[in-house]
Design a binder for this molecule. Structure first.
Ligand SMILES: Nc1ncnc2c1ncn2[C@@H]1O[C@H](COP(=O)(O)OP(=O)(O)OP(=O)(O)O)[C@@H](O)[C@H]1O
Ligand SMILES: [Mg+2]
Length: 251
C-alpha cells in the first residue's frame, strides 16, 4: 500500500502538472519521432524560425538530454544549460540561451550539455517547473526531443500543448511513427498530424493526417543562413512558413 508521503508526493506532482497545463502564456510544441535521424532537430529550428518571422517570440529547447544537437546550430554551448538545471547543477534562472538571428528576426535557442558529459542523472520532475517558467516568456516553445519511446521523450510530450510526429519518407520510419502515435493515443494524447521529411520527388509514404511535406534538400542543413534575405529562398522554406501558420491556428 502507498504511504501517506508517497501519496502526497504523487498529488503534488499531479497538481503541478495540472497547473502547468492550465497556465496561460506560450504554447509548447513537441516534435517526437519513432526512428532517430528523421529531422526533428532541423524541423525544430526551421519551425522556430518561421514562427519568429511571423512576429512571435520563440524558444527552441534541447530536450535530447543524452545526445543533444542544438548547440551545433546555435554555434555555442553556454556554461549553464537545461541539463545543468535538471541535474541540480544550477537554478532555473541561471539557464542560458543563445540568440540566433534568422532573417530580420531572432530565436532563443536553449542548448543542453549532454548528461553523458555531465555524468549525472536528470530529475524529470523538474520539467513542469521549467516549462511553466518559459511559458511566461515566449509565445511558442518548440521541444527538440530524443527519438523513440522512453520516459525522456514521453514525459515532455505529456506536458506539451500540441504534438506533431516527425517521420522520414521511408517505410520503416513511417511504421514507427504510426506506432508511436497509437501509443500516444492510448495515453490520451492526440497528435495534430505527421510532418513528413526528406521527401524526394514523389512522396513514398501514404499517411493520413500529413500536415507538411519537407523535401530532401542539402540546403536545409544551412540553418540559420538560409533564412537570410541575401540568399534566394529555397522551396522548402515555404513548407515551414505554412507549418508555422498551421501551428498558430491549431496549437
Ligand atoms: N529535409 C532534409 N534534407 C536533407 N537533409 C536533411 C533533411 N532533414 C534532415 N536532414 C539531415 O539529416 C540528418 C538528421 O537530421 P536531424 O539531426 O534533424 O534528425 P533528428 O531526428 O533530430 O535526429 P536524432 O533522432 O538523432 O535527434 C542531419 O544530418 C540533417 O542535416
Ligand atoms: Mg535531434
Amino acid at each position: 500500500m502507498m504511504s501517506i508521503d508517497e501519496l502526497l508526493n504523487k498529488l503534488r506532482k499531479i497538481i503541478i502538472t495540472y497547473e502547468l497545463l492550465r497556465s496561460p502564456g506560450g504554447r509548447t510544441i513537441a516534435l517526437p519521432s519513432g526512428k532517430g535521424g528523421v529531422g526533428k532537430t532541423l524541423v525544430t529550428l526551421h519551425l522556430s524560425a518561421a514562427l519568429s518571422l511571423q512576429g512571435f517570440s520563440v524558444a527552441a529547447l534541447d530536450f535530447n538530454f543524452a545526445l543533444p544537437n542544438l548547440q551545433f546550430y546555435a554555434k555555442e554551448l553556454p556554461s549553464t544549460t537545461i541539463t545543468h538545471y535538471l541535474c541540480g547543477l544550477c537554478d532555473l534562472d541561471d539557464i542560458e540561451y543563445v540568440k540566433v538571428k534568422v532573417g530580420y528576426s531572432y530565436i532563443h535557442v536553449y542548448p543542453s550539455k549532454s548528461i553523458v558529459d555531465l555524468e549525472r542523472k536528470i530529475d524529470l520532475e523538474k520539467l513542469p517547473n521549467l516549462l511553466k517558467n518559459v511559458k511566461t516568456r515566449y509565445d511558442y516553445i518548440v521541444l527538440d526531443l530524443s527519438p523513440g519511446i522512453s520516459k525522456y521523450s514521453m514525459y515532455p510530450i505529456m506536458l506539451a500543448d500540441c504534438v506533431f510526429v516527425v517521420t522520414a519518407d521511408e517505410k520503416a520510419s513511417y511504421l514507427d511513427a504510426t506506432k508511436l502515435s497509437k501509443i500516444l493515443e492510448v495515453n490520451g494524447i492526440y497528435i495534430k498530424g505527421y510532418i513528413v521529411n526528406k521527401v524526394e520527388k514523389k512522396v513514398r509514404v501514404n499517411l493520413d493526417k500529413v500536415v507538411c511535406k519537407i523535401p530532401f534538400d542539402q540546403k536545409i542543413r544551412n540553418f540559420p543562413e538560409v533564412w537570410s534575405k541575401k540568399i534566394l529562398k529555397p522551396n522548402f522554406l515555404k513548407c515551414f512558413v505554412e507549418l508555422a501558420e498551421l501551428v498558430v491556428q491549431v496549437c
